[in-house]
Design a protein around this ligand. Structure first.
Ligand code: BGC
Length: 700
């Protein structure tokens, strides 16, 4: 099936595809079976009506778009959503996105992205929920269930999900987007496939191929990956769509001589929809007629697409939920904004706090390029606007915080937009303001287009102009809180060395400014935990907590040379996965196991007590990690296998339990069988991936 992007009506009523880069003829546009990127109930109903009138086959179009972190109500970027450690909340966000987009006429979103990410140079880490395969699976499932619901795609306010990018797109060599991926079969299966699988098991209606090669074969032509693994082993029966132009790109990869061969390879691999090229619509007919391709392959793809349209109920009602009146009422309504505000606040990670936060109404200077900037919805939010987004300045004013002063300080980055002509003046104003203030909140960060697709960076520090502002402000005021905006973990070791507090707010979305005010003033106690490690420097990436044991494990702080270490930087990240502070403190008690021996059919209970030992209420994310002490192949030093977010008032104590089953201990062994192996396992329960609070048991 051909897909066109942004099909729309011009003022004089002509149906057109503006991003007609593939050189479609008008006739090709008219026979497309789906439309990408056009939204709006009125517009989509008009396109559908004209299409249905024109075509005697009466097969409706399906309208698709990238609704990644919300539609018009924008939620924090997925990487930030991962930091909530709250799949229920993430599901609620996806349901809001579905309601708004369904009313606006959409039927399908290209989300969730279940790609595992471990290299902060890659711009698309912002679209993933982070470096842990198991956590990603929890969130991918939550998103699918949020979009699709549990009662079938016909349900009002639901849209189909698309799991992407199958497979391994999150591991481009050297962190450069679209680059080659080299993964061993075991790494692919143990680490990269599980999150896609979880989304598929949750019922995701569609899957998208990835741009990259895997084992030197581009995904859109990879029969083994798509037919054997995705459909055969993982049991996926839905529609497989190529990524944007990925079929035509088989020619650039050099595995297809021309578009005809590209079409054949993709169809044979089982790709049903050709996104944004005309390989299928130009060549499949002749390929079948010449006998090069069996018509059974076409039938199979067509049937899957018809089934999807039928599951959405489009044959009965091709407009589904498109409704101009409802669109107006739902989009950006108070309830949706409330969820966005809550999710944003829960996604913030307090990286450092020497006691300066929360603010208490002192004379506070809010300085920096992100103070008044409302472009804080992330690179993939195509429907967010600055007009509907709350900046920090606005959020502070909404809250009414007394002595607050505002200054821009410097431009965001010399590479994006304005020149640095006014640099001197902006800096001077900011320093003067900082001098007079009791506390300074510096709102710094990456430009929203410095992360996302085609936005890899080799240097993951803040722009020079911002670092200059930071240094000058710190020189005149010691009480500096940095509010850090980014689409990825950054190298912020200088900032963390000098600032009194650092709050990572990612790209927080529509309600960002209000949520930041909530957290800075302590109305909401921060509870976000890192879904991706902050490296000490870019030299460490890819860095992740679940690395493998080596023959020469280095013990931090020792001076031995012949160990796995760097001469010039530590092995440890600046802040590890799972880390995050609160305005209160928690004590997690020793790990108690229901038994020291586990039979394969047992459920082992792991219990800890957790107590709020501080003076304000707050939430702790209790995390359980497992470590397989000996394996037939090298095992990760530990793996997350449980977490629980508990809210506790000061002095309150609660018991938190997890269950371990044999299934949770499986991996691909020396024979590539997916099994658990008898032996000793360690269990760690604590407040981050580096916790040493542990116990051990033996699997029989
Ligand atoms: C991206 C996909 C996206 C698609 C459609 C591609 O460039 O890789 O993630 O869904 O465009 O917009």
């Amino acid at each position: 099936m051909l897909q066109v992007s942004g099909m729309f009506y011009t003022d004089d009523g002509v149906l057109t595809g503006p991003e007609n880069t593939a050189g479609y003829t008008e006739e090709e546009i008219r026979v497309a079976g789906s439309v990408l990127g056009t939204v709006g109930a009125g517009q989509l109903k008009k396109i559908q009506r004209e299409y249905m009138e024109r075509h005697p086959h009466h097969i409706p179009l399906i309208f698709m778009a990238d609704i990644i972190n919300g539609f018009r109500t924008v939620f924090p970027i997925p990487l930030a959503q991962g930091c909530t450690f709250d799949p229920k909340l993430v599901e609620e966000g996806a349901a809001v996105a579905a309601r708004e987009s369904a009313a606006s006429g959409l039927h399908l979103t290209f989300s969730p992205m279940a790609d595992l990410v471990r290299d902060a140079r890659w711009g698309r880490v912002m679209e993933s929920t982070g470096e842990d395969a198991w956590l990603n699976g929890c969130f991918a499932r939550a998103m699918v269930e949020g979009y699709q619901g549990r009662s079938g795609l016909r349900e009002k306010g639901r849209i189909a999900a698309c799991v992407k990018h199958f497979a391994g797109y999150g591991a481009p060599t050297a962190g450069r987007d679209y680059n080659t991926v080299e993964l061993s079969e075991r790494t692919l299966r143990d680490d990269y496939l599980p999150a896609y699988k979880e989304a598929i098991d949750a019922g995701a209606a569609t899957v998208m191929t990835s741009f990259n090669t895997l084992d030197r074969i581009p995904s859109s032509a990879n029969r083994r990956l798509m037919r054997d693994i995705l459909r055969g082993e993982m049991g996926f029966e839905g529609v497989l769509i190529s990524d944007w132009a990925a079929i035509e790109e088989l020619c650039s990869h050099g595995v297809a001589r021309d578009k005809e061969e590209a079409a054949r390879l993709a169809l044979e691999a089982g790709v049903d929809i050709d996104m944004m090229t005309n390989c299928y619509c130009r060549h499949l007919k002749e390929l079948v007629e010449s006998g090069a391709v069996s018509s059974a392959l076409i039938d199979e793809a067509v049937l899957r697409i018809l089934k999807l349209k039928n599951d959405l109920g489009l044959f009965e009602d091709p407009y589904k939920d498109a409704d101009e009146r409802e669109e107006k009422v739902l989009v950006l309504c108070d309830e949706h904004r409330k969820t966005a505000r809550r999710m944003a606040a829960e996604s913030f990670v307090l990286l450092k706090n020497d006691g300066i936060l929360p603010l208490a109404g002192e004379r506070t200077a809010f300085i920096g390029p992100y103070v008044a900037n409302a472009e804080i919805y992330g690179a993939w939010s195509m429907f967010g606007t600055p007009e509907t987004t709350v900046s920090i300045e606005q959020g502070i004013k909404n809250r009414g915080c007394g002595h607050a002063y505002f200054a821009e300080g410097c431009i965001l980055s010399a590479d994006f937009g304005r020149s640095e002509e006014t640099a001197g003046k902006l800096l001077q104003e900011a320093v003067e303001l900082a001098q007079k203030a009791d506390k300074v909140v510096l709102a710094l960060g990456e430009h929203r287009l410095q992360s996302g697709e085609a936005a890899s960076r080799a240097d993951i520090t803040l722009p020079d102009c911002q670092m200059e502002l930071f240094r000058q402000v710190c020189a005149v005021n010691k009480n500096v809180v940095v509010v850090l905006f980014s689409g990825r973990p950054l190298d912020i070791r200088e900032i963390c060395g000098q600032a009194a507090a650092v709050l990572a707010v990612w790209m927080p979305g529509t309600e960002g400014g209000n949520a930041i005010a909530d957290v800075l003033f302590g109305d909401v106690n921060p509870s976000g935990r890192l879904s991706m490690s902050f490296p000490y420097s870019v030299g460490q990436v890819p860095i992740f907590y679940g690395q493998f044991r080596t023959g020469r494990p280095y013990i931090e702080g020792t001076e031995e040379k012949y160990f796995s270490r760097y001469l010039d930087i530590p092995n440890r990240p600046l802040y590890p996965f799972g880390y995050g502070l609160s305005y209160t403190t928690f004590a997690i008690g020793p790990v108690q196991l229901s038994a020291q021996q586990m039979r394969r059919t047992d459920r082992l209970r792991v219990t800890v007590t957790v107590k709020n030992t501080g003076t304000v209420g707050g939430s702790e994310v209790v995390q359980m990690y497992l470590a397989d002490v000996n394996g037939s192949v090298a095992r990760p030093v530990r793996e997350l296998r449980g977490f629980c977010k508990v809210r506790l008032e000061p002095g309150e104590e609660s018991e938190v339990s997890f269950e371990i089953t044999e299934e949770m201990l499986r991996f691909h062994d020396i024979h590539m069988d997916y099994v658990s192996e008898p032996g000793v396992f360690r269990v760690f329960v604590g407040d981050c991936s580096e916790t040493e609070n542990g116990a051990a048991f033996v699997l029989e």
